[in-house]
Design a protein around this ligand. Sequence first.
Ligand SMILES: NC(=O)c1ccc[n+]([C@@H]2O[C@H](COP(=O)([O-])OP(=O)(O)OC[C@H]3O[C@@H](n4cnc5c(N)ncnc54)[C@H](OP(=O)(O)O)[C@@H]3O)[C@@H](O)[C@H]2O)c1
Length: 237
Amino acid sequence: MADPRRVLLTGASRGLGAALGRGLAGRGHSLMLVARSEAQLAQRVAECSAAGAHAASCTADLAIAEECERVARAAEQRFGGIDVLINNAGIGPYRPFTDHSATDIVRIVALNLMAPMLLARALLPGMLARGHGHVVNIASDLARRPLANMAPYVASKFGVLGFAGSLHRELRARGVKVTTVLPGIIDSSFNGAVEGGQDARWAMPTADLARQVIALLDLPPHLVADEIALHPVDGDY
Ligand SMILES: NC(=O)c1ccc[n+]([C@@H]2O[C@H](COP(=O)([O-])OP(=O)(O)OC[C@H]3O[C@@H](n4cnc5c(N)ncnc54)[C@H](OP(=O)(O)O)[C@@H]3O)[C@@H](O)[C@H]2O)c1
């Protein structure tokens, strides 16, 4: 796939998504940044533009199915097509299962599992028509490992792995790659944490992880990373 590429990045306002945006901007890619926080997204667009990227934002709650379609269309219209979809937005409250409300459960599954499917569904026809594309899903090492007090989150990430692996097998002969990233603990603002300052041996700095994810976009056409797990060396896994 030729550079620069046109990228739709979800969860771009902070955490790993913000680091991915910065890293992609430095490579000159065109970026459609998506999240709910308008002010934070505006800051990210300014940073990415200053780094030389053609950056725009679309504010959306991706737990709402119709918003996924709207965001995909806005991105395609803005850039004339999308080459790379990075499904990064995610939520995962840590609490006993019965302390999750019904709404909590629906929103976790809607954002973490349904939105990646709906965005892929909306953008894949364009990628397939052009004969190239890449869908990158940020799952979790919990996509393979059950954990108490995170049952809906873990279920959604198991689902992402199943969806993405199946899609990979369906599309690999048609020029579109599907990659699932399974990170361990990230030093981000996930679940109310304060980003930055954690020991890098226990929680991966977002810039380090972003660099590895972006490198996956540079694999030659005949190579695909369908699944990749990355952990801090002393992480609990
Ligand atoms: N942190 C970890 O230890 C860890 C480990 C493994 C995997 N992961 C995964 O890594 C990905 C990135 O997480 P992170 O650690 O960077 O978390 P984070 O700092 O909390 O960032 C989450 C991002 O998702 C966006 N988001 C949340 N709800 C949204 C919604 N309804 N619609 C649109 N965007 C929404 C947030 O923006 P707004 O609030 O502005 O919408 C934010 O940009 C997630 O998929 C997460 O599951 C995290």
